[in-house]
Structure formats: C-alpha cells, structure tokens
Write a protein that binds this ligand. Structure first.
Ligand code: SF4
Length: 276
C-alpha cells in the first residue's frame, strides 16, 4: 500500500483558478476509507454527504464517527426536495436500475449545486479490484480522480485502513448487506431483502408500502426482481431464499479456492456504493 504524498492539484490548473478538492461520502466503506486515506495529504479536502432521507439510521452514526476521525465537518447536502417530492413529480414511478431518477435528483444534482461552476477535483473511491465505471458528474469543471486505483489498493487494503483508524466497517455489513444507500435500494439481492426483514422489519414494511402505493398510481412495481415484498416475506419463501443463498455460497467457496488471492479478497464483490 502506498503512503507517499498525493497531489492532483496540477490537474485543475488549466482553468487558471485553484481547484477545490471534494470527496463525497456515501455511508459505505470505500468512500469512508478514501477520506481516511487522504485525510493528512489533502488538508483542503471538503467532505460531503448526500443524504437521501431514506438511509438506515446507523448510517448517520457512522458518518458522525467518521467526522470525529477526520476532525473536520462533513457537510450534509440534503436535497431541497425529498424523495417523496420527486416520486410525486414522476407520477408515482418508483426508481429502478432502468429509471434511476433517485441518483440523479438526490445525489448528482445536490452535488453539482454544492460544487458550482469553479474547478473541482472530485475524489472517487473506486478500488483497483473493481471493474466498473462511476456514476459521476460529467460537468466540464469537475474532474474525477481515483486514488485507490492509481495506488493499486484493493478490498483488503480498504478494510485495513478502516480497522486501523478505529472506525471499522459500516454497520450494514454486520448484518450482511453489501451496499450503502436507501433502505429500499433496488440493487439489493433477495437475501439482502430477507436480512432487511429480519434486522430492520420496520424499514422492510416501509419499502413494501411504497410498492403498495405504486399500485394505486397504476404502476406494477417490485423493488426486488419481479417479486412483491409481501410474497417475499412469507416464512416459507424466506427459508427458501436462505437455502438458495447458502447453496450458491458453497459453490462460490469451492470456486474461490481456485482463484488468485486478489479475486477472493474483492474481485467478486459488488461495489458497496450504488452511486459509483
Ligand atoms: S441508494 Fe439506491 S435507491 Fe437510493 S438513491 Fe441510490 S440508487 Fe437510488
């Protein structure tokens, strides 16, 4: 792991103005680790957290603990208009992978409003062992940089950074959720919905209510791959999902033994932030 000085300031110099340095926190492990990784190297860093208003409560505790470690305020850029406002604007059409207005309205727009029109270097927590691109602003004054990729840091490094700092892993990982974000995020796998039901039943019920209300707007919508949450919550279905997951984990475990170490540590894991 590299601990050398890091500087991207020259990248923003073309505009003539000194660029701002901004790091968006998601409540997930990668952006938190990046903040800690860069804390002492980029003193001018501005930390922001785009609160969708639909996060799990412990995310706010995690952000508060991170703020103490960074010893710097994390600016919460809660959008002026809430998720429910935008849901009404979109005539009750809940967001999904193919109509992802939630990220645009609750994350990207508040980010661009916060940034303004001056030059900005935006620090993004994609890891060296992730094979995906970010869902990031394309405004010409915002330049995205990827310090973990530049320095070759993989999942094991990120976990080490979090543990060494005393912050530890985000609370959602304790109960087996793979990503940060809204409690109803449509990127959750079936096993994650079951775990949400078992760990935070109130939030599962709230997600189910959104599905029920969508029907009243003439929308047939399911957060979870074509399966209504009221069906998924049946005890026999819950048990079946657990069993399916255990079987697929056993298969994955067998495959892992034949893979290089770097892949077993992170290459198979989805990214923890749906906004990257
Ligand atoms: S966490 Fe999921 S549901 Fe929430 S804004 Fe992001 S993509 Fe949309």
């Amino acid at each position: 792991m590299s601990h050398g000085p890091i500087s991207y300031a020259h990248l923003g110099a073309a505009s003539g103005a000194e660029p701002r340095h901004i790091l968006s926190l998601s409540g997930g492990k990668d952006s938190a680790a990046l903040a800690i990784y860069l804390r002492d190297r980029i003193p001018a860093m501005e930390y922001i957290f785009h609160d969708t208003g639909k996060e799990l409560p412990k995310t706010y505790d995690y952000i508060a603990r991170l703020e103490a470690i960074l010893d710097k305020a994390i600016v919460c850029t809660t959008p002026e208009d809430s998720f429910d406002h935008w849901l009404a604007v979109y005539r009750g059409m809940l967001p999904s992978n193919h109509r992802r207005w939630c990220t645009r309205m609750l994350k990207l727009k508040p980010f661009e409003a916060y940034v303004g029109d001056g030059p900005v270097i935006n620090y993004v927590g994609l890891r060296a062992d992730e094979n995906r691109t970010g869902y990031i602003s394309t405004k010409p004054n915002i330049l995205a940089v990827y310090p973990f990729q530049d320095d070759g840091l993989v999942r094991a490094d990120i976990i080490r950074i979090l543990e060494d700092s005393g912050l530890g892993l985000p609370p959602y990982m304790e109960w087996g959720r793979s990503r940060s974000g809204c409690y109803f995020c449509f990127y959750q796998q079936k096993i994650e919905w079951v775990r949400l039901l078992e760990t935070h039943p109130v939030y599962f019920d709230l997600a189910a209510e959104y599905e029920e209300r969508a029907v009243q707007h003439g929308q047939q919508f399911h957060w979870c791959q074509g399966e209504p949450l009221r069906e998924l919550r049946r005890p026999e279905r819950v048990q079946q999902i657990h069993e399916n997951w255990e079987r697929s984990e056993a298969r994955r475990e067998a495959t892992r033994k034949n893979l290089p170490l770097v892949e077993t540590l992170g290459g198979l894991e989805p990214g923890d932030d749906p906004h990257l």
